[in-house]
Structures are given as structure tokens and as C-alpha cells.
Write a protein that binds this ligand. Structure first.
Ligand code: ATP
Ligand code: MG
Length: 362
């Protein structure tokens, strides 16, 4: 599977652009603030319907323009497909697959799996749990529409429960209405916990193998699901915390407080790992993500590496590049120096300057 080309109109700092990719390694180089990340962002958005930076649609529209368009052609199992995105200032974006408009963005997920790797991802292990939960949710949603459904239901129920908690603090007679919400929250939450359990089990296996190769097997890597509450205890704990939740106006128990824990030789490296251990684990996690998508979806994802190569030492750089030689990759960087010492074959090199992309021949 690979992206054949992308066309941008009034997207970020692009007036109009048309880029034809190689199915192998594509390099985008240029000075700061020229549009490299913006281009990768547009590819990411085509697969996931969102910006990897979490920007709103209207922020993606070129300053001063009313709307933006992205058109992307990709090949999957030898068939060509087209995706169209129409971003608007005040309305939800329009999306069409092969010319047919879709009603829900969830219809898009899984069609064009994408893995985005940025320098921030290298801090995933040492940062707080929110980033790891987001990673988990994004990955699982790309692979499993049912999970995405559970997740959006859960988040909606959680928001409604929290609103109700605040109302109960003022109108205690509303207290009984919590029962109905709690039942729904528990049911959906349990589904999420079960799915996370299974998925993290697979990450653990995959990561152990990759991490072993990365470090020459000296360390024993483990990923564990750190549940805020188990399926068995969810109902009772939610019930017993009810008074406290009403006082604080928030739900203090449930999978929205989950985390993933990373251990090396039984030491929790979120807190006690060295920088290098944390970054190596993050790299192994990203590589696991690629292989898991391949296993579960039966397709190789597209890999976007935004400015990440210069953050890795040459050993890890080489390991990464050797392990992605079979998938389409788009790499952004400020210069080509990083590649001098790698054995990597660069299929296509582009120079990005002030919102224009042109093929570069040295
Ligand atoms: N909606 C928008 N309209 C016009 N320009 C925008 C918009 N959003 C962002 N930009 C501009 O796009 C420019 C390029 O941003 P981008 O993040 O792609 O740079 P980059 O080439 O990745 O640079 P770096 O090497 O620093 O990461 C920035 O100067 C930014 O101000
Ligand atoms: Mg950038």
C-alpha cells in the first residue's frame, strides 16, 4: 500500500501544490517554516481525518482563504483510490472516498493506516499518562471501529455524568438520576478495558522482540496495562466514590484514568529510566505499532517521520531505517547530512521552500 500523490489547495502555507511520491523512501528537506510538517500533516489527516497536532479545521485553511482542499490518491491491493477533503471555516469538513461522500468520519478509519513519528513521541515514556492514553486510543481506533464507537460513547457519557455531578451538588434531589448513567458508563467502560487488555498484550509481545534487537537483548522489556480499575471492581468503586465525585464534580474512576507502564528488568522506566532507555523504548513502541498494523489490518502502514532522525544516534537511526525498508516512508529534515552515514536508498528527494515542493536532483 502506498500514497501515489497529494494535491493541496489553500492548505496551511500552500496555495496549491501537487506532489507525486515514490512508493519507497521520500525525503522532504528545506529550512525551518517552509511547509515540511504541513505536508506530512495533510497526509496524516487523509488517513485519520485529523491533524496530528490537534489543530482545528479552520486553522488548516490558508490565512485569508475561505476553504481548503486536499486530494490524495493511494494504491491498496493494486487498486487505486481517491480521497477528497473539503475543509470549511465554520462547518464540519466534507470527506469523499472515491467520489462518494461519507456521513461519518469513522468510515475513513482503517482505509489508509498511518504512523506518525515526531520528536515529541520520543518523550512518550517519560511524559504524563495523557499522551500514552492518546497513543493507545489513536492506534486502536485506526484498527478497530468497534473500539472507536465504545470510546466516543464513553467520552460522551463521561461528559454527561460530570455535568450531572455538578448539578447534583446544587440540586441533591437529582441524585437518583445518576443510576442510569452509571450503568451505561460501566458497560461501555468494561468493553474498553477488555479491548485495551488484549491490545496491550500484543504490544508487549511485539515490543519485547523489537527492543531486544535494538539493544542486543541485554535488557528485558515489558509493557503492562496499568488499569485505573478492573472490570470486576468498576461498579463497586464507582458506587463507593459517588459522594466524593459529587463534591469534586468529576468522575474519579474509570478507564479514562488508565495508563501503560514500561519496565526494563522490572524497573519502571517512566520514573526511573535513563533518557536513553526511555527514548529507545519509545522507538521500539513506534516500530511495534507499524508491525501490529501490518498484522491486524493486513496492510503495511505509511510511515511519516517528522524531524525525528536527527534526534537519534547513528545506531538507532540505522536500526530504524533498516526496519522500514519495506514500507512507504516520508521523512522531513532540514538537510541531507543525516543520510550520508546511512546505507539507506533515497528513492525521491524533494526540496520544500515557502509552500512549494519540487523534486531535487543533486
Ligand atoms: N493556516 C495557515 N495559513 C498560512 N500559513 C500557515 C498556516 N498555518 C501555519 N502556517 C505557516 O506555515 C509555515 C510552515 O510550517 P511547517 O510547520 O510546515 O514548517 P516546517 O517546514 O516543518 O519547519 P520546521 O523545520 O521548523 O519544522 C509556518 O511558518 C506557519 O506559520
Ligand atoms: Mg516541521
Amino acid at each position: 500500500m502506498f500514497v501515489e500523490s497529494i494535491q493541496l489547495n489553500n492548505y496551511r502555507n500552500y496555495d496549491s501544490a501537487d506532489v507525486t511520491f515514490s512508493p519507497g523512501v521520500n525525503i522532504f528537506f528545506g529550512d525551518n517554516a517552509q511547509g515540511k510538517t504541513n505536508l506530512l500533516e495533510a497526509v496524516y489527516l487523509s488517513g485519520t481525518s485529523r491533524s496530528h497536532r490537534g489543530s482545528r479545521d479552520r486553522e488548516l485553511i490558508r490565512f485569508g482563504a475561505d476553504e481548503a482542499h486536499i486530494r490524495l490518491f493511494f494504491k491498496k491491493k493494486d487498486l487505486s483510490h481517491r480521497l477528497d477533503f473539503h475543509l470549511k471555516q465554520r462547518k464540519a469538513k466534507g470527506i469523499a472516498i472515491d467520489g462518494v461522500p461519507i456521513k461519518r468520519t469513522s468510515e475513513l478509519l482503517g482505509l489508509l493506516p498511518i504512523v506518525f513519528f515526531s520528536p515529541e513521541d520520543l518523550s512518550m515514556i517519560k511524559n504524563g499518562p495523557a499522551m500514552r492514553r492518546k497513543f493507545l486510543d489513536m492506534e486502536m481506533s485506526q484498527l478497530d471501529r468497534v473500539y472507536l464507537q465504545y470510546l466516543s460513547n464513553y467520552n460522551r457519557l463521561l461528559g454527561e455524568r460530570n455535568n450531572l455531578l455538578k448539578q447534583i451538588a446544587v440540586f441533591p434531589q437529582l441524585r437518583e438520576t445518576l443510576d442510569g448513567w452509571d450503568e451505561q458508563l460501566i458497560e461501555t467502560g468494561e468493553n474498553i478495558i477488555r479491548k485495551r487488555e488484549a491490545f496491550i498484550g500484543r504490544i508487549d509481545e511485539m515490543m519485547r522482540e523489537i527492543h531486544g534487537k535494538l539493544t542486543g537483548s541485554q535488557e528485558n522489556m515489558q509493557v503492562r496495562y496499568e488499569q485505573n480499575v478492573t472490570v470486576e471492581a468498576f461498579r463497586e468503586t464507582l458506587w463507593s466514590r459517588r459522594d466524593r465525585d459529587i463534591r469534586t464534580g468529576t468522575t474519579s474512576v474509570g478507564p479514562h484514568r488508565d495508563d501503560m507502564a514500561f519496565f526494563i528488568n522490572e524497573v519502571d522506566i517512566r520514573r526511573f529510566g535513563s533518557q536513553g532507555q526511555q527514548r529507545t523504548a519509545a522507538l521500539a513502541l513506534k516500530l511495534s505499532e507499524i508491525r501490529l498494523i501490518e498484522q491486524i489490518a493486513g496492510d503495511k502502514p505509511i510511515l511519516l517521520l517528522d524531524d525525528v532522525l536527527s534526534e537519534l544516534d547513528s545506531h538507532r537511526q540505522n536500526y530504524l531505517l533498516e526496519n522500514i525498508s519495506d514500507i512507504q516512508t516520508m521523512i522531513s529534515c532540514t538537510g541531507l547530512d543525516d543520510f550520508v552515514n546511512t546505507r539507506m536508498h533515497l528513492d525521491k528527494v524533494f526540496y520544500v521552500e515557502r509552500g512549494s515542493v519540487r523534486e531535487y536532483t543533486p
